[in-house]
Design a protein around this ligand. Structure first.
Ligand SMILES: C[S@@+](CC[C@H](N)C(=O)[O-])C[C@H]1O[C@@H](n2cnc3c(N)ncnc32)[C@H](O)[C@@H]1O
Length: 289
């Protein structure tokens, strides 16, 4: 640990933020790499005489911040950490950085099943960092979860994140293509969730640099019209879901109506488009007849 005066730190911080970037990203850098928490910073505002203890020197922190600003590299990958709901998750460039809008999936589940629910089996297809499944496994200790991803590197991160989040054992991970690893769970799944790659090819090519150049293509690209994976997941869902089992999908902002039609065509009922906090029809849900 190194020690610096609060005056030096505050001067340095002002200089870094004047270069651009957002306060949240800077706070993550200070916390995860510098070891300076928000509480440490709050203490400074009360007592400016305090000395600060930092894990890395200011030159190093500045070099990371500059790299983030100049190359648009996601600060979460620099830090190896992201916060999602109440979880602190490890992330590398092998997994998509879980987005704040996806957090709502957990609320959709609790709206359907209530806060305390009977034992059931849930499945997540394309778990990435494990965010959704881990959140559900912790919120519902009586439930059993199974989660897949095609990327072994991503699964290792998800497994690690689960181990670091709790001692629970109600979530298992499988590697493979969408439903394929769930052969032995045919007709037994009460709830399936997926935030699959859904960006149409043309849109993918124009994504901002910080996404396209750093996050895994396999986590984003949904084929020519963006619906390639959603279509496959919906078509095979009836084989794996129990009668009256739910399917919850995240989709691109303008895909809701198409996903709704696909669900109805595949014998889902109670089909609904659920808006995110910005009013975008981000999720489409349905119950299998
Ligand atoms: C949009 S990311 C979602 C990750 C995570 N669930 C989240 O919400 O942050 C899609 C995930 O699906 C995985 N994936 C892509 N193609 C797949 C396939 N054919 N079978 C299983 N998983 C796949 C990717 O590796 C990626 O982790």
């Amino acid at each position: 640990m190194l020690s610096i005066s609060s005056k030096e730190f505050l001067f340095w911080k002002k200089k870094q933020l004047s270069k651009g970037g957002n306060h949240q990203a800077f706070a993550l850098l200070l916390d995860c790499i510098g070891g300076i928490t928000n509480e440490d910073q709050n203490l400074l505002t009360i007592n400016s005489q305090t000395e600060l203890h930092i894990k890395k020197n200011l030159y190093y922190l500045e070099s990371v911040w500059d790299d983030h600003l100049i190359n648009s590299s996601p600060i979460q990958y620099h830090c190896g950490i992201t916060y999602w709901r109440d979880l602190k998750l490890k992330v590398t460039d092998k997994v998509l950085i879980p987005r704040p809008e996806t957090e709502l999936i957990v609320d959709i589940v609790s709206n359907i099943f209530g806060k305390k629910s009977q034992k059931l089996l849930f499945a997540e297809l394309g778990t990435g960092s494990g965010a959704i499944s881990i959140s559900l496994a912790l919120a519902y200790p009586l439930w059993n979860g199974i989660a897949t991803d095609i990327e072994r590197d991503a699964l290792e991160i998800a497994i690690n994140n689960f181990k670091n989040s709790s001692n629970q054992t109600n979530l298992k991970f499988y590697c493979g293509h969408w439903w394929a690893p769930f052969e032995s769970f045919k007709g037994k799944i009460d709830l399936a969730i997926s935030n699959p790659p859904y960006i149409p090819k043309e849109t993918y090519e124009k994504l901002p640099k910080e996404v396209k150049d750093f996050e895994p293509k396999i986590a984003l690209l949904g084929g020519e019209d963006g619906l390639q994976h959603i279509r496959e997941i919906i078509q095979k869902a009836p084989l794996f879901l129990r009668e009256k089992g739910w399917l919850i999908l995240e989709n691109h902002f303008d895909q809701g109506e198409k996903v709704k039609k696909l669900l109805i065509k595949n014998r889902f009922e109670l089909v609904e488009i659920v808006k995110d906090l910005s009013g975008v029809g981000r999720f489409t849900i349905g119950r299998y007849k």
